[in-house]
Design a protein around this ligand. Structure first.
Ligand code: GCO
Ligand code: MG
Length: 408
């Protein structure tokens, strides 16, 4: 069996999905995702110019060897662009393998460990009252776990992922008006004075059972993160995400020394070599990698197995930029992983998105049900794809009130 050709498509309904389709001499094809939000053309070019010409003629069933060929063969290893490109190929090869077996992908990992996987929704509010309405909406929709993000009083712009318009709960991360980013202003003191009380009010209003998650989005210094984690511990958050940038991994000990609040990190990691020390030293509770830019199923499965040895559970990245293909790959891993924790989930199901990526995967009452179709269980409609083209977009950048650049 041979790979005969592969194509890359960039575009989608208000997203720039980077979709890879690998064709074989037996008519079976595989699909993978390389969507690197706001830098989408780069993995697409890596695939088209360097990787696709090198894998044509190879046996698509040898996914492990092809992964090693891509990773070891590059010499300049890792990084999100390369790992997204390898990840797309790897996912497409697993799709082919499971289609050949006539089984849904999770069967190849060892079968289902659960009937459905808990997901968390995003609630946001311009202020606390607005956020309470947004949480109430998701509770009523059946979600058991909700990430809560709130505008901070006195801050000149809203912080990460929050609209300044009341009642507007769409997720404000990517701006598709061009590559020049808008600026958000950040003030740690205002945040630290407001957010613990806000979380206490949310716990008070929604009771002990709701899983409350919060994303600090890399904004605090390690000492501040320890102070924050200590302050919110009585509210029993399900997790605190990215309390501090994880480049300085030893600094995370400070949080552990001061608080038992669970810590989730890893959405910007792209290899096991960024995860292994945090996992082995048991400095985190949830690993947040995404199949898209952490080298695909082969590599992420390795990270999941390492995490399982150290009581670290999965909480895969599932931001709005994730394609239904990467979400499907994660749905299969979530169905299998003995150390599954939770899955981030934003409603992707617009009619346009469903037409582009037809599938049986679905979320009901806050639980994700994996498709039983052979392979990934997602198709790709090329005539729909022809309607879209790449639209340049950007994340905001963050500055302190005096103009100093900070972490987005
Ligand atoms: C999350 C993330 C995202 C990122 C986004 C960047 O927890 O979902 O923090 O929202 O900001 O993926 O492209
Ligand atoms: Mg995050």
């Amino acid at each position: 069996m041979r790979i005969t050709d592969a194509q890359v498509f960039v575009g989608g309904p208000k997203k720039n999905y980077v979709t890879l389709k690998i064709m074989t001499d037996q008519g079976v094809y595989g699909l993978g995702d390389a969507t690197l939000n706001t830098r989408e053309t780069l993995p697409a070019m890596y695939l088209r110019d360097y990787l696709i010409p090198a894998i044509i003629g190879m046996d698509p069933r040898r996914s492990e060897d092809i992964w090693q060929f891509l990773y070891r063969g590059a010499y300049y290893r890792r990084g999100p662009i390369a790992m997204a490109a390898y990840g797309a190929i790897d996912t497409a090869l697993w799709d082919i393998k499971a289609k050949l077996a006539g089984m849904p992908l999770y069967q190849l990992f060892g079968g289902k460990s659960r009937e459905a996987a808990m997901v968390y929704a995003h609630a946001t509010g311009a202020d606390l009252e607005d956020l309470m309405d947004s949480i109430a909406y998701y509770v009523q929709e059946g979600y058991r776990a909700i990430r809560v993000q709130c505008g901070i009083p006195g801050m000149p712009t809203t912080s990460y992922g929050v609209s300044d318009k009341r009642g507007d709960t769409r997720n404000f991360i990517t701006d598709y008006t061009g590559v020049r980013p808008r600026t958000e202003i950040w003030d740690t003191d205002k945040y630290l004075r407001f957010m613990p009380d806000a979380l206490a009010a949310i716990r008070d209003r929604f009771g002990p059972e709701l899983h409350i998650l919060h994303d600090v989005h890399h904004r605090l210094l390690p000492r501040e993160a320890a102070e924050f984690a200590k302050a919110v511990e009585p509210m029993r958050p399900y997790w605190l995400e990215d309390p501090t940038p994880a480049e300085d991994q030893d600094a995370l000990r400070l949080i552990r020394q001061h608080s038992t609040a669970p810590i989730a990190i890893g959405e910007v990691f792209n290899s096991i070599w960024e995860c292994n020390k945090l996992i082995e030293n048991e400095l985190i509770d949830f690993i947040r990698v995404g199949v898209t830019y952490a080298g695909g199923i082969t590599h992420v499965k390795r990270i999941v197995d390492l995490a399982g040895l150290h009581h670290v559970r999965t909480g895969f990245h599932g931001a709005p930029s994730h394609s239904p293909l990467s979400m499907a790959a994660q749905a299969h891993l979530n169905a299998w992983a003995p150390n599954f924790g939770i899955q981030e989930y934003l409603v992707l199901g617009t009619p346009e998105c469903d037409a582009l990526f037809p599938s049986e995967h679905h979320v009901t009452d806050g639980m994700m049900y994996v498709s039983d179709e052979p392979g990934l269980g997602v198709d790709f409609d090329e005539s729909e794809a022809a309607r879209y083209e790449y639209e340049p977009g950007s994340h905001p950048v963050v500055r302190l009130e005096d103009g100093t650049m900070w972490n987005y």
